[in-house]
Write a protein of this length. Structure first.
Length: 276
């Protein structure tokens, strides 16, 4: 049997259990270190016994709705590679837009940044790689997530400081920028979450009380104490949360500018509070 035939076979099995053949192809290409050209050139090649076993293993994991990046053990974020497993949420393209926004609006040499709920460390590490002179502190309530984030920082050669903290519980400094991509999915919106996300990614990094607003509220109502006089807040949000976040920010920062910005798909995705 050649690769095309076996991939078609597994694709049909995966579709029957609600998974996509594209995830199978993604994992296979990554584990084989195939480019798209390599993948296409091998379509009519006979599958070795080793690769038959590999493909069966991929299928069995996807069948259980395990996220593809957990199978490969890594995720691609901007131009960096991050180790990922079930300790952390898989970094999303939407979060790349948040990092790009922060970099485009803050072209200064000296800047102190706090990343709350860092997870894999994607935001903090990406900022530090682009702005080596910035002082970046990354926090998380999960010690196991911080362990993985530290591995990623070492692998990316980024000097980020990590601290265990429930929002501001162990934070004492003031910052020019506080950024967070916290758990923001409402428990009422579980049906909108993909099967592999729901089955394998940490729910503590996905869901929050108060219709998904609990962590935002906790940050916003205490952030004045931890912001420099002209400090800024940057959030990634759920696509239905723009108006609620704007209202919450205006309650605590009535004289500041608040912007709700859309992602490349035209959905509300980022909120910024500043003094402009």
């Amino acid at each position: 049997m050649n690769y095309a035939q076996l991939i078609k076979h597994y694709g049909q099995l995966l579709e029957a259990c609600g998974e996509e053949v594209e995830n199978f192809i993604y994992v296979l290409k990554d584990l084989k270190q195939w480019s798209t050209t390599d993948y296409l050139l091998n379509q009519n090649s006979s599958v070795s016994d080793t690769d038959q076993q590999l493909m069966e293993n991929i299928f069995q994991q996807l069948k259980k709705h395990r996220s593809p990046q957990y199978i490969t053990g890594k995720a691609y974020f901007r131009d960096l590679i991050f180790f990922v497993d079930e300790r952390v949420l898989i970094p999303r393209p939407e979060t790349e837009e948040l990092v790009d926004l922060i970099l485009s609006e803050n072209k200064v040499e000296d800047c102190s940044v706090l990343d709350i709920g860092t997870g894999s460390g994607a935001i903090a590490i990406s900022l530090k790689k682009e702005r080596p002179s910035w002082d970046v502190l990354a926090s998380d309530i999960s010690v196991s997530a911080l362990d993985l984030a530290k591995e990623n920082a070492n692998n990316c050669d980024a000097e980020v400081t990590f601290i265990e903290s429930d929002v501001f519980s162990n934070i004492s400094d003031k910052f020019d920028i506080i950024v967070s991509n916290p758990p923001y999915i409402s428990y009422n919106d579980k049906d909108e979450v993909g099967k592999n996300v729901l089955a394998s990614e940490p729910h503590s990094a996905l869901f929050a009380d108060e219709e998904g607003l609990a962590i935002y509220r906790k940050i916003i109502e205490n952030s004045r104490e931890y912001l420099q006089p002209r400090g800024k807040l940057y959030f990634e949000i759920g696509y239905k949360q723009g108006d609620d976040l704007r209202s919450l920010l205006k309650r605590y920062f009535p004289n500041n500018r608040c912007r709700v910005l859309k992602d490349i798909f035209g959905k509300d995705r980022m909120v910024v509070l500043d003094n402009e």
